[in-house]
Design a protein around this ligand. Structure first.
Ligand code: SF4
Ligand code: FE
Length: 480
């Protein structure tokens, strides 16, 4: 099997049987359930993009292992150009989905585990990297979608993994056997988890010798025995089941679709284990993954902002407000804020560097700055979109009432805007703006790829403030 189309990806998901629960029900088929269809569609677009003539330059790559054409989402970066192309690809796909397309998390996980396993082996004489290459080759050849499962539930935030009252608050090894390990715990908020083929599980924090059982990294198929997925709620998610227009973004949804993944004594064969007890490598893995994912956010979120800015302008036109100076000013502000994010992602890619394994990573300081800017700019962009839209964003009657034979004519008459623009056009734009700026979508910009505080910690570590102090002392002619 080689690269898949979106349809082939959907067909491949039918062959795996993960345990998935949503709203108290066990889900029979993720591909056919309305709660997941938009997320599957968004991920499917990453497959179609790699084969589409207008996108393949960005969305595909050449495998350094096989020399074959592969999806960029399974590629290991080997140059600045690779890092830049990733950002451009994310923007291009985000413009089309207006929502998270999920596949980047696993991609960043693959790149991080690739470089860290190489370094563990150099220091410890282990053979994790070779094992990982075998898996990577399979993922590239079969074009698999892999989730990046890093965040643990974390229990009491004041306590280290090994000091928690509930030892499962962080995922850990409970048994080492001749043929593999048994793990227990959970990974929370995992994007694309229910429509992936496998999970790449990584530790979530720096660890000490006491936490050695928690320093574990491995791959498992989504339907391995003992794994349960519990899908998260999203703002207005029941609209996926009872309407179309009111969803705002019926085809691709409002966010990636996150799940809690429970590992209840899951067996993992040694061939799929890439760290087991090497606690000193937990932090480098976290840092590399965080850098790679934070690098992304000025790519995908700028793509989303492009669509949102377009929707805002169209809505202004649909309401006859496009000629007002303040509307133009607000649109300029939105573009300024969005392109600032893009500048950050391109800059951290250009300033990236090679790691000992030969792969490339983005500049950590600039990647963290980019993501921290997203936690602000995305909200400001949304605020401006809501400002232009008007209060109707929160009060628009439902699609059902608009279609109702008794009151539909009133909704149509009184919800109409500019002359010549059908009410339906205005309603569609209002709902799209609602989907993109209210609720879950924005929280994703705040906490996806780590909370602002996580970025601030890395900025503090990377900022080289001693150097800045030396500069000041020299100028002020102060001796050390
Ligand atoms: Fe990809 Fe952006 Fe979604 Fe992260 S938030 S998985 S970078 S689309
Ligand atoms: Fe995300």
């Amino acid at each position: 099997m080689g690269m898949m189309t979106g349809q082939e990806y959907r067909a491949s998901l039918r062959l795996v049987k993960p345990d998935v629960y949503f709203l108290g029900e066990k889900v029979k088929s993720v591909v056919d359930h309305p709660a997941f269809i938009p997320h599957v569609n968004a991920a499917a677009l990453t497959y179609d993009s790699a084969l589409a003539p207008e996108f393949e330059e960005l969305a595909s790559a050449t495998s350094h292992l096989t020399g074959e054409k592969i999806s960029r989402f399974t590629h290991i970066h080997h140059s600045h150009e690779d890092l830049i192309k990733k950002v451009k690809m994310l923007r291009a796909i985000g413009q089309q989905t207006g929502s998270c397309f999920q596949r980047c998390v696993g991609h960043d996980g693959l790149n991080s585990v690739y470089s860290v396993t190489y370094e563990i082996d150099k220091k410890k004489g282990t053979s994790y990297h070779e094992r990982f290459l075998k898996l990577l080759r399979e993922i590239q050849t079969r074009d698999l979608m892999v989730s990046g499962a890093m965040t643990d539930p974390k229990g009491d935030r004041a306590l280290a993994p090994s000091k928690q009252q509930d030892p499962d608050a962080y995922l850990h090894v409970v048994q080492r056997k001749a043929d593999g390990i048994v793990v227990r715990g959970a990974k929370a908020h995992i994007t694309g988890a229910v429509n992936s083929h496998g999970h790449l599980v990584m530790p979530t924090a720096s660890m000490t010798a006491d936490d050695a059982d928690y320093a574990v990294c491995f791959y498992v198929p989504v339907d391995a025995p003992g794994i349960t997925h519990i899908f998260g709620r999203q703002t207005n998610d029941t609209r996926k089941c009872d309407c179309t227009l009111d969803q705002g973004n019926e085809e691709y949804g409002i966010v990636g679709g996150e799940a809690l993944i429970v590992f209840d004594n899951v067996f993992v064969p040694w061939e799929q284990v890439f760290m087991c007890g090497e606690y000193e490598f937990a932090y480098p893995l976290v840092e590399r993954f965080a850098t790679a994912h934070r690098q992304n956010y000025g790519g995908c979120k700028t793509g989303l902002a492009d669509a949102l800015i377009g929707a805002t302008y169209l809505l202004a036109e649909a309401q006859g407000a496009q000629g007002a100076t303040h509307i133009r000013e607000k649109l300029v502000d939105m573009v300024h804020l969005a392109e600032t994010l893009y500048c950050g992602s391109i800059a951290c890619s250009c300033q990236g560097y090679a790691l000992p394994a030969g792969s490339y990573m983005a500049d950590p300081l600039l990647a963290n700055i980019t993501k921290l800017n997203v936690t602000r700019n995305a909200y400001e962009i949304a605020r401006l979109a809501q400002d232009v839209a008007g209060g109707v964003l929160a009060t628009l009657p439902s699609e059902t009432d608009w279609r109702d034979p008794r009151v539909g004519k009133y909704v149509d008459k009184y919800m109409k805007g500019a002359t010549g623009v059908p009410t339906e056009t205005r309603m569609r734009l209002i709902r799209l703006l609602e989907a993109m700026t209210c609720g879950t979508a924005l929280a994703e910009s705040m906490h996806g790829a780590g909370s602002p505080q996580a970025q601030r910690i890395m900025i503090w570590r990377q900022a080289n403030l001693e150097h800045k102090k030396r500069l000041a002392r020299k100028l002020a002619k102060i001796k050390e």
